[in-house]
Ligand binder design. Structure first.
Ligand code: DX5
Ligand code: ZN
Length: 218
């Protein structure tokens, strides 16, 4: 089959040397750079905005994968697109007009993703699934890196995989939260194409080796 995509989350990187962190991900064979944007309202933590995304973009040719954990994302989508995001993902739970928001993301020539929290059923994605480039399925409650993978996520990934095979086979399934070298194979087996990994990559004793294991190359 095809190789699993790996998206290290910059949240777990060494921010005193952002450029080296991004270059480490690139050298390790990462595919996307996952940028976790938190507003302290939608989730109980604050991270960074378009200014940092732009700095990351200037350090790499990797796909910039921006995960917006913010309320009213429409207000900032243009800023994150102009900062160099190649794909922008919003939360279903934060978007009362989700269809409009997806079209708005695409209007900037950026790939559109929707993320769902652990308590949100995949069936709620059905009305927009055909419009999406990716779904980011949360396997922890968003807000912090380093949390434990919620086992019920595996069945949700399998359900989403069946849905997309029928409605939008080109759509990418990314899984975010608590991914480890131990559970990566099971998550991919359930239908994930892309693994987000903060702790498991940036806090690994040997990030190069961790990347190969997470991608299923050894
Ligand atoms: C959680 C973020 C995740 C997180 C992943 O709110 O969206 O991307 O940083 O970190 P790990 O892999 O440590 O769970
Ligand atoms: Zn994330």
């Amino acid at each position: 089959g095809k190789t699993t995509l790996l998206a290290p989350s910059i949240l777990s990187a060494d921010f005193t040397n952002l450029k080296a962190s991004v270059e480490l991900a690139e050298k390790a064979g990462a595919d996307w750079m996952h940028c976790d944007v938190m507003d302290g309202v939608f989730v109980p933590n604050i991270t960074f905005g378009p200014f940092i995304v732009k700095a990351i973009k200037q350090c790499t040719s990797l796909v910039i994968d921006t995960h917006l954990m913010i309320i009213d994302p429409d207000k900032y989508i243009e800023d994150f697109a102009k900062a160099g995001s190649d794909q922008i993902t919003v939360h279903l739970e934060a978007c009362p007009h989700l269809h409009r928001t997806i079209q708005f993301i695409k209007s900037f020539g950026v790939k559109a993703g929707v993320s769902i929290n652990p308590a949100t059923p995949v069936s709620l994605l059905e009305p927009v699934l055909a419009d999406l480039d990716l779904v980011l399925l949360m396997s922890v409650n968003p807000g912090f890196g380093g949390q434990k993978f919620i086992p019920a996520s595996v069945a949700k990934i399998a359900n989403l995989d069946a849905m997309r095979m029928e409605m939008n086979p080109d759509m990418v399934i990314a899984v975010d939260g608590g991914i480890t070298e131990e559970n990566a194979a099971q998550v991919v087996e359930a239908g994930a194409d892309s693994l987000i990994a903060g702790t498991a990559f940036f806090r690994a004793a040997d990030p190069m080796a961790a990347a190969r294991k997470l991608k299923g190359l050894e």
